[in-house]
Design a protein around this ligand. Structure first.
Ligand SMILES: Cc1ncc(COP(=O)(O)O)c(C=O)c1O
Length: 363
């Protein structure tokens, strides 16, 4: 017998990360991975450096200090929080724990690509719901629920479309799910949303037996490099995930830096204020330069390009890269005519705007 991976594994398209290099450019602006232009809080950096004393020993295995800090910060039960090596890990562990061969996993077209990867890795069946308006279609998702449905992943807000599903719609989706399926609310960008009809999912996860909310320290907390995320789960789900989680999955420096990051509210507020101001300016000015841009509730913006020679997203990408401006191509999200731009530092935003204007004005 030949050696082959589990069914589904070889159907996986390898995850395409945001690029970080622009050959030949003297100054590079990486606006491709939705990282915070402010980086981590100085307190988080100090905690990280202090963790050098502990490098020789295993960390506490359940990320207790972090679970307790998150619980206190958000008013949650610490024993229902599971921390991960990025929220990616929690999203993956949920599939590993619950998806059997042939089980169905629902997610939207143009959603975060990890959902499909985690499904196929468990020999599950991806059920991708068309999103003609680029928004999660609740009615279509409900129509696809079956006895084989095990997970429904929704990124809220969604990456890369930067839109969100209002709370009433999220609850309507949950209401239609049987107890045998879990609604996984991936709220990686929750902090950035300022809408009265939005909820990250804390109350839903707190009050239901089949809702998990995931959050990350990679975005507004500026800690993408050391990989910390967490999920708020019903007790039985936390128990299942903890059984298959690697015993020391969140390293000691990550635990300590994340606790410190949570405590520095001023740093977070500053990053959020900057995002509010620059997101609005970027949308307005990119539109003024002649591009089609969707509204955004997150820290990134989706720009649409016409499928015309010399004006396409690929042409724009080449032009921007030659100026050292790295955006995120969206072909792997099923949006080949779009580029995604992260709200960056003032300098990075101005450089991106200038390059986009110059590209639009090219003859
Ligand atoms: C929608 C969404 N969910 C989850 C993640 C993963 O975040 P983490 O760095 O916590 O693994 C990302 C990262 O880009 C994301 O865009």
């Amino acid at each position: 017998m030949t050696l082959t991976p589990k069914p589904g594994v070889l159907d996986i398209d390898v995850y395409v990360p945001g690029r970080s290099q622009a050959a030949g450019a003297t100054r590079v602006y990486k606006l491709s991975s939705n990282e915070s232009p402010f980086g981590p809080s100085p307190a988080a950096i100090a905690a990280y450096e202090d963790a050098r004393k502990l490098l020789g020993m295993y960390p506490e295995g359940t990320a207790q200090i972090l679970r307790e800090a998150v619980a206190a910060h958000f008013g949650l039960a610490a024993d229902r929080i599971v921390c991960g090596n990025g929220s990616d890990e929690i999203l993956t562990l949920l599939a590993n724990a619950y998806v059997r061969s042939g089980d169905e996993v629902i997610f939207s077209e143009h959603a975060f690509s990890l959902y499909k990867i985690a499904t196929l890795a468990n020999s599950g069946v991806p059920v991708e719901i068309p999103a003609p308006e680029l928004l999660f279609d609740v009615d279509a998702a409900i129509a696809h629920i079956s006895p084989r449905t095990r997970l429904v992943y929704i990124a809220n807000p969604n990456n890369p479309t930067a839109n969100y599903l209002p709370s009433a719609e999220l609850r309507r989706l949950h209401h239609a799910l049987p107890d045998s399926a879990i609604l996984v609310i991936d709220a990686a960008y929750a902090e950035y949303v300022r809408r009265n009809d939005y909820e990250a999912g804390i109350e839903l996860a707190g009050a239901s037996r089949n809702v998990v909310m995931t959050r990350t320290f990679s975005k507004v907390y500026g800690l993408a490099g050391i990989r910390v995320g967490w999920g708020y789960c019903p007790k039985a789900i936390a128990d299942a995930v903890n059984r298959i989680r690697a015993p020391f999955n969140v390293n000691v420096a990550a635990q300590r830096a994340a606790v410190a990051a949570l405590g520095d509210r001023a740093h977070i507020e500053q990053a959020l204020r900057h995002n509010e101001v620059w997101r609005a300016r970027l949308i307005e000015q990119i539109r003024a330069a002649g591009y089609r841009v969707d509204d955004s509730v997150a820290n990134f913006i989706l720009i649409h390009f016409p499928d015309l020679p010399g004006r396409s997203s690929a042409d724009a990408d080449r032009f921007l890269m030659s100026r050292g401006i790295i955006l995120r191509g969206c072909a792997s999200y099923g949006l080949p005519q779009c580029l995604r731009v992260t709200v960056a530092s003032e300098e990075g935003n101005l450089a991106a705007l200038a390059a986009l204007r110059d590209f639009a004005n090219r003859r």
